[in-house]
Write a protein of this length. Structure first.
Length: 95
């Protein structure tokens, strides 16, 4: 579990695809899933990890790290969604 926690909480370089087309990747994500589906799925993942007997999240620190990740990822998703929609609105107005 220590390896998983270190990976979850460590610095990591972005994938090379992301470096070239980050906005396209974000746009594709929100075209694939609605914001409600994303929030629901994210919560389901955390709920299963924390509420079930799960080898990976037995220690308090591991669960705490997961919940922090959940909180930060939720904010990142919301911000990305807003940026994507604002950009789409600006593009539509320019046409």
């Amino acid at each position: 579990m220590e390896i998983y926690t270190r990976h979850l909480c460590s610095d990591r370089e972005p994938d090379s695809e992301l470096q070239y087309k980050p906005f396209d990747i974000i746009e594709d994500f929100f075209e694939s899933f609605s914001i409600n589906e994303i929030r629901q799925t994210l919560w389901q993942l955390v709920h299963v990890a924390v509420a079930s007997e799960n080898y990976f999240f037995q220690e308090f620190h591991q669960r705490d790290c997961l919940l922090l990740f959940y909180e930060k990822l939720g904010k990142l998703i919301d911000a990305s969604f807003l940026i994507t929609n604002q950009s789409a609105n600006v593009s539509a107005q320019d046409s």
